[in-house]
Design a protein around this ligand. Structure first.
Ligand code: KG4
Ligand code: ZN
Length: 327
């Protein structure tokens, strides 16, 4: 079974062809920032994915598309394209929730993930813990009460003049820096729910910058040590809050496996610390390879395959849902 998936919920325009929810025949991602990239715009991205997979439209079994959440204008671009292809070629259209895509991403690379799983989805828009009792079923356990973790990375990077997206830059600059230089504490959620909060640390970084008179970085090739130490300390605090939340939820919910996914799951320290925490819990942890952690369409195909087998279909009236809930 061959599925074409389209993902345009945020900055990326992505299309992929995946066989049986598992075998990635193509996975094309075009970032809006890279205007001169060969695949700019949705049509060339889809053409690129089909050509790379060596599949013609009539050979597809279904078209999957991200319905939400995301930016309505971006979502509509993907939805219109998916609807047009499905209608012209008479293929079923499968609506996919963006976070279901992130959660299914590690299933592309691993044959057997024991369920129930506990999934931590950490991206630019979301920081949420889900229980996955069975394939395609997601139960929300906790989430951020304010900023998403990726949003905190992006805002701190912006404040320091490090550019966008902030996560990869902070990840790289933290390497070899002193993560103990600044002591940041991340608020614990008082009512005992497995929720997160990242707006306080962003403000703490801002105060530190003002107090120490740290200027935004002018030359990205020469970042001062005080900035590198600061972002490393920030990263350490965010990562320890994420890992602490994951461990607590695992102790309460007793899953058979852990899943770490979403753009921030590309973070070197988070991958390392979450892997270590899983080992001490005695649980296997599944983290997608780097190209499947940040937004991509292969993960939408994986979730679309699950939805397709559960009978999920959409008609031509399918609408973008900017704040679609998963559970
Ligand atoms: O999942 P994603 O690609 O898009 C959303 O659904 O939001 O996640 C993007 C987020 C951005 O905030 C970006 O800064 C963050 O993931 N990110 C990282 C790293 N790579 C991407 N954060 C920390 N470390 C990284 N290496
Ligand atoms: Zn995402």
């Amino acid at each position: 079974m061959r599925l074409l998936a389209i993902e345009t919920s945020c900055d990326e325009t992505a299309a992929a062809v995946v066989e049986d929810g598992r075998r990635i025949l193509s996975n094309v991602v075009s970032t809006q920032a890279a205007i001169h990239a060969p695949y700019g715009g949705i049509v060339p991205v889809i053409r690129g994915a089909m050509a790379e997979a060596q599949v013609e439209f009539p050979e597809l079994d279904a078209v999957a598309v991200t319905q939400g959440p995301g930016l309505v204008g971006s979502l509509l671009v993907g939805l219109q394209a998916a609807k047009a292809i499905a209608w012209v070629h008479g293929k079923p259209l499968v609506p996919v929730h963006h976070l279901a895509g992130h959660i299914q991403a590690p299933f592309l690379a691993h044959d057997h993930i024991a369920l129930p799983a506990l999934a931590l989805v950490v991206s630019g828009g979301h920081t949420s813990l889900f229980e996955v009792p069975e394939e395609g079923t997601y139960r929300l356990l906790g989430r951020t009460r304010d900023d998403a973790a990726g949003e905190a990375f992006d805002k701190v990077a912006k404040l320091l003049g490090l550019g966008y997206p902030g996560g990869p830059v902070i990840d790289r600059l933290s390497e070899g820096a002193n993560a103990e230089a600044v002591e940041f504490t991340i608020a614990r959620i008082k009512d005992g729910r497995p929720d997160f909060s990242f707006s306080g640390i962003k403000t703490a970084v801002l105060y530190h910058v003002r107090r120490e008179g740290i200027a935004p970085v002018a030359d990205p090739s020469r970042v001062p040590d005080e900035v590198r130490d600061l972002v490393a300390s920030f990263q350490r605090a965010v990562v320890s809050a994420l890992v602490r939340g994951l461990v607590r939820a695992a102790e309460v919910n007793r899953p058979k496996s852990l899943v770490l996914t979403g753009g921030v799951a590309a973070n070197t320290l988070l991958r390392r610390e979450a892997t270590r925490a899983a080992a001490s819990l005695g649980l296997p942890i599944f983290i997608p390879p780097l190209e499947l952690t940040t937004d991509n369409a292969a993960m939408i195909a994986a979730a679309g395959y699950v939805g397709f087998r559960k009978g999920r279909r959409a008609g031509p009236g399918l609408n973008a849902e900017p704040s679609l809930a998963l559970a």
